[in-house]
Design a protein around this ligand. Structure first.
Ligand code: SF4
Length: 67
């Protein structure tokens, strides 16, 4: 049986620019801008589709293998 590794989005607060692009494209409502200053991806909602990573103009989002 092949085991599929889950991925999830991780957003760096150091380089995030709060543009909201991730929030706009997230199909699960997992990526959210908080108080207009930073963003986070709720790991319990994230399905690892990678859309937020593709649209982020700052390159602040990386996909990591979920534990
Ligand atoms: S990887 Fe997909 S589901 Fe997860 S936060 Fe990014 S856009 Fe949303």
């Amino acid at each position: 049986m092949v085991k599929v590794k889950r991925r999830r989005a991780v957003i760096s607060r150091d380089i995030y620019v709060a543009c909201g692009s991730c929030e706009d494209v997230c199909p699960k409502g997992a990526a959210r801008v908080i108080r207009g200053s930073y963003a986070e991806a709720d790991a319990s909602l994230c399905i690892g589709c990678g859309r937020c990573e593709m649209v982020c103009p700052a390159g602040a989002i990386t996909m990591e293998v979920a534990e």
